[in-house]
Design a protein around this ligand. Structure first.
Ligand code: ADP
Ligand code: ADP
Length: 228
């Protein structure tokens, strides 16, 4: 569980206009925050600076009050789900979900691995597909395996980068409901990037609106609806 604070965060890739321009926001412990904005507005860059995949040009990033600008990604204890959720084709659903535990510096005993994979699989309704390979799953099931892989380890926060963009509208709706349910169940701080307004207004506790790298608004969906 974690509180994440961005203080005047700036990212410049070159000499041009900054991709992220002086963004400050505070994400409370257990909160579900959506980053929304058009393509190119800086959403992924913000997320990647939080996880540590992108250097911060200026400003501070704090996790639980500690400045982590220079901390390696693996030492930040965050878990990220990418847009192109590459699963390992030769591994079963079970082994795909278990994979982060096998890599972890903590060596988990096999019964602990099993308990964690089972818990994630139950939450994501994958319990009956554990022995299948990704090729034999639907798009929505594959997406759920990717989520399982993100939640199987204890993390201070979950970060999602447009996790539903490759799904059709119907599946997207179902997954949206599942993600919201999972987040409520786990109560873990979550930052979720999307360019989809519906997702932004239905999923989160708060919505951060980005435009050309700048934070335009940061409020609950209810407050945003009330805006003229
Ligand atoms: P979004 O996620 O909202 O689509 P991005 O964070 O991907 O926005 O991109 C924000 C801006 O930064 C865009 O203008 C994009 O072209 C630029 N950008 C993103 N990644 C890089 C990169 N690795 N090198 C140079 N420019 C980049
Ligand atoms: P999204 O808009 O969904 O974030 P993009 O298609 O803009 O994704 O970017 C995909 C990848 O290309 C990202 O890793 C991003 O950092 C990189 N990228 C985006 N814009 C640029 C750019 N102008 N120069 C170099 N790399 C870029």
């Amino acid at each position: 569980m974690a509180e994440i604070e961005l203080r005047n965060l700036v990212k410049r890739y070159g000499d041009g206009f900054p991709a992220v321009n002086d963004v400050s926001l505070r994400i409370e412990d257990g909160e579900f925050v959506i980053l929304v904005g058009p393509s190119g507005s800086g959403k992924s860059t913000v997320l990647r600076m939080i996880v540590g995949l992108e250097d911060i040009t200026d400003g501070d990033l704090l996790i639980d009050g500690e400045r982590v600008n220079d901390k390696a990604p693996r030492d930040r204890d965050l878990s990220m789900v990418f847009q192109n959720y590459a699963l390992y084709p030769h591994l079963t659903v079970y082994e795909n979900i278990a994979f982060p535990l096998r890599l972890d510096k903590t060596s988990y005993p096999e019964d602990e691995v099993k308990a964690r994979v089972d818990r994630a699989a139950t939450m994501l309704e994958l319990g009956e597909h554990l022995e299948r390979k990704p090729a034999n799953l639907s798009g929505g099931q594959r997406q759920r395996v990717a989520m399982g892989r993100a939640i199987v380890r204890d993390a201070k926060a979950f970060l999602f980068d447009e996790p539903l963009s490759n799904l059709d509208a119907k599946l997207r709706g179902q997954m949206r409901t599942e993600i919201a349910r999972m987040q409520r169940n786990l109560g873990v701080t979550t930052v979720y990037v999307t360019h989809d307004q519906t997702e932004a207004m239905t999923l989160g506790d708060k919505v951060a609106v980005l435009k050309r790298g700048a934070l335009q608004q940061y409020a609950s969906p209810q407050e945003l609806y009330r805006e003229p």
